[in-house]
Design a protein around this ligand. Structure first.
Ligand SMILES: [Zn+2]
Length: 149
């Protein structure tokens, strides 16, 4: 978009001049009341301080089967307790099907085992480097939310 004041390319700013909204370039953005500045590139895809993903532990089938047997729970009973199909649970125990997070959580709770492990994905982001460097309010809120967890 062209700047409506000087005609330069790349008018990413919107300013208010005498009641009219104008798309202007950075140089002209001081000509009125700034309504919107272009979002910094990093704001488009907010990076979490550390993105964690959950992964089902290796040997989950055995973990489930062992815990279940330890508790003396027939597969059918366990299936009923967590509201899943017996045949589906059997496939999970034989590791022919990977349980999704929801099912894994139910099994963890029911059997008192740990099936999900956190793995970080992507490059870890150094929070210290980000502070003050083009951080948006959204970024700060995101970080504060993360801290409270
Ligand atoms: Zn301009």
């Amino acid at each position: 978009m062209e700047c409506e004041i000087c005609g330069a390319d790349g008018a990413g700013y919107i300013i208010l001049v005498e009641g009219a909204k104008l798309n202007v370039c950075r140089d002209c953005s001081g000509a009125g009341k700034l309504l919107r500045a272009p979002a910094p590139p990093r704001a488009a895809a907010p990076a979490r301080a550390a993105r964690l993903e959950l992964e089902v532990a290796d040997g989950y089938g055995k973990l489930i089967a062992d815990a279940r047997k330890r508790m003396g729970l027939p597969l059918e009973v366990l299936a009923e307790r967590i509201n899943e199909k017996h045949s589906f649970l059997e496939r999970v125990e034989h590791e022919r099907t990977l349980p999704d997070e929801k099912l894994a959580r139910k099994l963890e709770k029911e059997l008192g085992i740990k099936l999900l492990q956190e793995v970080s994905s992507g490059a870890p982001v150094d929070v210290k480097d980000r502070q003050g460097a083009g951080m948006t309010l959204g970024d700060i809120l995101e970080i504060q939310k993360g801290k409270k967890k």
